[in-house]
Design a protein around this ligand. Sequence first.
Ligand SMILES: NC(=O)c1ccc[n+]([C@@H]2O[C@H](COP(=O)([O-])OP(=O)(O)OC[C@H]3O[C@@H](n4cnc5c(N)ncnc54)[C@H](O)[C@@H]3O)[C@@H](O)[C@H]2O)c1
Length: 434
Amino acid sequence: MNVTRREFLELSAATTAGLALSKKAIAGGAADPVRVGIVGTGRRGKSLLKTMLQIDNIKVPALCDIDRDALSMAQDIAVKAGQPKPQGYSKDEYVFKELMNRDDLDAVIIATPWHWHTPMAVYGMEHGKYVGVEVPAAISLDECWQLVNTHEKTGVPCMMMENWSFRRDNLAILNMIRKGMFGDIVHCHCAHSHDCVDHWFFDTDGKIRWGGEYLLKYNRDQYPTHSLGPVLSWMDINCGDSFDYLTSTASDSRGINAYFSRKFGPDHPNAKRKYKQGDIVTTVVRTKKGKTIVINYDMQLPRPYDNRWLIQGTLGLYNEQRNSLYIVDKSPKYHQWEPFPPYQEKYEHKWWREMKQKDGSFGHGGTDYLELKLFFDAVRNKTQTPVDVYDSVVMSCIVPLSGESIANGSAPVKCPDFTHGKWETKKPVFAVEV
Ligand SMILES: NC(=O)c1ccc[n+]([C@@H]2O[C@H](COP(=O)([O-])OP(=O)(O)OC[C@H]3O[C@@H](n4cnc5c(N)ncnc54)[C@H](O)[C@@H]3O)[C@@H](O)[C@H]2O)c1
């Protein structure tokens, strides 16, 4: 059931209807099987596999990873879930092409290191497979354009699997924004504050992992998409507004050296090595409609997890860190915060209202389940994915653009318009309640 360009174009007119169809699918109605292959069965790939195996009518006939142990663990997961043993591909770094050449797959999920995302996604689209690619989808402007151009040439959808776009609280806030409760939106703050030094950039024994290699070579916001996921729909980016330019500033790099010195002693090589990556990167985006977004990269200092989402308009604001909001003439006390949870309840998005109780137990509190479910609904119905290629690259382009600004003394950098001007007339599609 590979999607062809002609089939996709015929059906893409039904995009909105297709998103509406997801109601039936979330509620668990009968559906045709979707056959998916996964490339990259490391930590994230296996987690996504476990979650997708809980969704009705998902078949996983093929898995690919150059690490045979990771591949075999993933095959075991599929077999334990009652699937026939998926065919494994592990010969070399390009064997993913053999998986993507198969004509019995409808979609591929890519969960490999960052530099593989775009080459694999491009190949997947060129071979008629719906692509779900992990974050960030691209790490250079050239890669962003490759994704856009390949999508436009083939007509095949490509979705960056930005799970925080689907978070329960973020979707309730989206509903409130769309009802005008915060007035005209003016400003937003978001962050990815997640200390990844001791388990992701490095192994627990101190060995550098592939993600850590980026910290040696680059100084930029390496991971902006979790912060930006909900912001895109909150601020109608690509459908009413567009990034205009940004400036980025990085602090010095101290956290990694301090961590290794504390944990392994001051003579450990990683305690003395020079990392290009500053500990905190602050990017300020100004949109074409005159709104501002502050994005923080914050992944190498010791701290609890945080996203620091804040969205502010002419009638009030929401602050995720405080789990609170303030709305003028509505909040009971003048200029005082009130708790967000009752609003969460009242403005719950239908995607979450329709989730079954058990679904909430999978990956990131049910967010991964919902994201995968909606992605596979689009594959099954041959409609556009809930996050499209333009949304995917506009979130990802912060990686190279922040690097360029930092390298030039925080100079303003123009953001490309990947939509070729369509942002001015396109109406919001993501998570629109019908
Ligand atoms: N959305 C989220 O919440 C979330 C969470 C964690 C990681 N991620 C993303 O998932 C991706 C993978 O991260 P991870 O933590 O699982 O890393 P990982 O190192 O655990 O897994 C990556 C896997 O890719 C394999 N691989 C590398 N090159 C390959 C190639 N050419 N062909 C086939 N397999 C190849 C590796 O052997 C490894 O098993 C990253 O892009 C990361 O940003 C997303």
